[in-house]
Every structure is written in C-alpha cells, then in structure tokens.
Write a protein that binds this ligand. Structure first.
Ligand SMILES: C[S@@+](CC[C@H](N)C(=O)[O-])C[C@H]1O[C@@H](n2cnc3c(N)ncnc32)[C@H](O)[C@@H]1O
Length: 183
C-alpha cells in the first residue's frame, strides 16, 4: 500500500469525523475538482483539508507560475508530509476556520478555494463558521469547489453563494458530488 494511503487510513481510525473518509480521493475526483477552473486567471488559491495531497498534486499540475497556493490541513502529521512533499511551492496552515488570519490578507483576497473538508460530519455551528470564512475570503466572482459524499450541503451553499452547481464523480470511493459555488 502507498505510504499516503496507509497514513490516511490510520488517521481516519483515530479521528473519523475530522478525516471523513477511509481512503484518499481518486485521481479522477482530483481532476474533476480542478478541470473547470480558469487557472490563467488565478493568482491566489487555497486548498482546505488537503489530507495526503491527492488534490494538491492536481492543483500543482494545473497551477500557473503566477499562482500562489495556501494549503490547509488540520492534522499535524499529514501537514508535515505535505510540506515535505511540496516544499516552497505552497504555504501551509492548520485550520480552515482561520483562512484570512493565516494568510495575512483582507476579506475578498482569494480567487478560488478548493475544499475536501467533510462538512457533513461537522455540527451546524462549525459548518456555518467555515462557510462564512470561505465566503469572506473569496473575491466577488471567486469560486469555491468542494467535494462531498452527498448533496446535504446544497441548501447551505445556496443560501450563501450566488450560483451553485453540482456534478457527480462515480470514479471515487465513495462516489462524490462536486459543488461549484460562485460568490
Ligand atoms: C475527506 S479528507 C480529504 C483529504 C484529501 N483532500 C483527499 O481528497 O484525499 C478531509 C481532510 O480535512 C482535514 N480537516 C478537517 N477539518 C479541518 C480544518 N478545520 N482545517 C483544515 N483541515 C481540516 C482532515 O484532517 C482531512 O485530512
């Protein structure tokens, strides 16, 4: 088994609600998360809940030389692994509840947020805190791309964002829904 997958399974067993799935995402889901974005226009991006870096890999592949990436991962061991793997290609932070404070920017700074956070596992107040922080961090017209294993977050995202589209990726375990939300 690849080292990242073994670490991910171990972390899921330790903290199932925080980690949210037994296995890392598939390459197909990572591609779906990044494919619709106009990377040539993205100067500042954040990835929330990067885990062992499956989606980070794809972001790194798509990113233009002018894109600055901030990676958020709450688990220290996974964060250190990301830092070792990607080095200075990104900045690394702990808590997605504190995006703007962590990156030292004002409201409206980010062009895009890509999220692997398991929102459905969080209580309503943590969900609201994260959605508000993501919304504040994005510029008008900025995009949140988030995957989930259900459509449970549809109403919450619709109540906040101007436009919400949902697509489906069957080539993942579990199969996943990709929300694209425009501020
Ligand atoms: C479903 S996993 C996704 C991992 C990876 N993006 C993937 O697709 O394989 C969710 C990740 O979010 C992280 N996480 C949960 N709450 C977080 C928070 N408040 N801030 C940053 N990361 C968080 C977990 O530790 C876990 O690694």
């Amino acid at each position: 088994m690849e080292g990242g997958t073994a670490l991910f399974i171990q972390k899921f067993i330790q903290s199932p609600l925080q980690v949210g799935s037994l296995f890392p995402s598939s390459a197909a889901l990572a591609r779906k998360m990044t494919a619709s974005l106009a990377w040539q226009n993205i100067e500042l991006a954040a990835e929330l809940g990067a885990g062992t870096g499956v989606i980070t890999n794809e972001i790194m592949r798509c990113m233009e030389p002018g894109t600055k990436l901030h990676v958020f991962e709450k688990d220290l061991e996974m964060r250190k692994r990301l830092q070792k793997k990607y080095g200075p290609s990104a900045d690394y932070h702990e808590d997605a509840c504190e995006i703007l404070k962590s990156i030292g920017k004002e409201e409206g700074a980010l062009d895009v947020v890509l999220s692997g956070l398991p929102f459905a596992n969080f209580d309503k107040s943590l969900q609201a805190q994260l959605v508000t922080e993501i919304y504040r961090s994005l510029r008008p017209g900025g995009v949140l791309v988030a995957f989930q294993y259900s459509t449970q977050m549809k109403k919450t995202f619709q109540a906040t964002f101007t436009e919400v589209e949902i697509s489906f990726e069957p080539r993942n375990f579990p199969p996943a829904f990709v929300y694209t939300c425009i501020k």
